[in-house]
Design a protein around this ligand. Sequence first.
Ligand SMILES: [Zn+2]
Length: 52
Amino acid sequence: MQMCGQCNKVYDESEYAKCPFCSKEEYTHVIVFDKNDGTAKSVPQEDAQLYE
Ligand SMILES: [Zn+2]
């Protein structure tokens, strides 16, 4: 078992290349294009519909 240095949670390093708890946050974010800013940005998945 491996303890994550970022969130201090324990995970199985044979199953995960990196901490699944920290990387989970990435998976819940999606890249959207903000027409107002004219830039691409990462937002929580539940907010993605606001940019469509
Ligand atoms: Zn972590």
